[in-house]
Design a protein around this ligand. Structure first.
Ligand code: MN
Length: 238
């Protein structure tokens, strides 16, 4: 029971961090798989990340059907989360966001690639999913399980999937891990946009991509980074 309370608290703090770091604006969401019931996940009701509190957290089946018996309005795009939990037993937390600096990499052939030691966490291959490939003209939002499963397929075993003309979805083994991964996906996009006009960029090597994540999401580093970002967001006392 304590573990669930802790996970819900981390979801709230993660929302505040994403809002404060400019990863999420009015939109964007964070979920966590229920550790006791892996076929279910927690996510806020439809609310902007900077405003989410523990009372807003709802629980859903992986199919997106609500378990919470009330009439709170869920996120229309919650299926993104369930489809990834279905496809990836190793994933226990998911973040979806529309950070502006990521968007250029969703609409061009330039891949998002890690270029500094803190961003090796995004992985060597960041796939781009185009909803139009299978679903034609849509609102670009992921509004059902069919679309979400197609996106999860494009994610494959990667950390991050970019969504054409829309945003990205980031995966992790915990809420803390996925939050740092989402923050540093955004950092990498910003740095890559700054570096590319200057000339040929030296990206991390495959070996470096393997060795660098420990310094961000290894247990010691992750606690330090989490406390730092939670305090910066004014969420450390929640
Ligand atoms: Mn979206």
């Amino acid at each position: 029971m304590f573990r669930i309370t802790e996970i819900k608290r981390d979801i709230v703090i993660a929302n505040r961090i994403l809002a404060h770091e400019g990863v999420a604006d009015a939109f964007g969401h964070v979920s966590a798989r229920n550790p006791g019931k892996p076929e279910q996940y927690f996510i806020s009701r439809s609310r902007s990340p900077s405003l989410v509190t523990a009372a807003d957290i709802m629980e859903f089946h992986l199919t997106g059907d609500s378990i919470s018996k009330d009439d709170r309005k869920p996120y229309a795009e919650r299926h993104i989360h369930g489809a990834i939990y279905e496809a990836r037993p190793d994933v226990h937390a998911v973040i979806h966001n529309h950070a502006h600096e990521i968007l250029p990499f969703t609409v061009t052939k330039t891949p998002l690639r890690p270029l500094v030691h803190t961003t090796g966490v995004i992985g060597g291959h960041v796939p781009v999913w185009d909803i139009a490939d299978r679903f034609g003209d849509t609102s670009l939002l992921v509004t059902d399980m069919d679309q979400a499963r197609d996106m999860a397929k494009a994610l494959g075993d990667a950390r991050v999937v970019l969504m054409r003309g829309h945003g990205c979805t980031v995966t992790g083994a915990s809420v803390r891990e996925v939050t740092l991964a989402a923050v540093y996906t955004h950092v990498n996009a910003k740095l890559q946009l700054q570096a590319m006009p200057l000339g040929n960029v030296t990206y991390l090597s495959p070996g470096e991509i393997e060795k660098t994540p420990e310094a961000l999401i290894g247990p010691l580093a992750m606690e330090r980074a989490w406390d730092y970002y939670a305090a910066r967001a004014g969420a450390d006392q929640l």
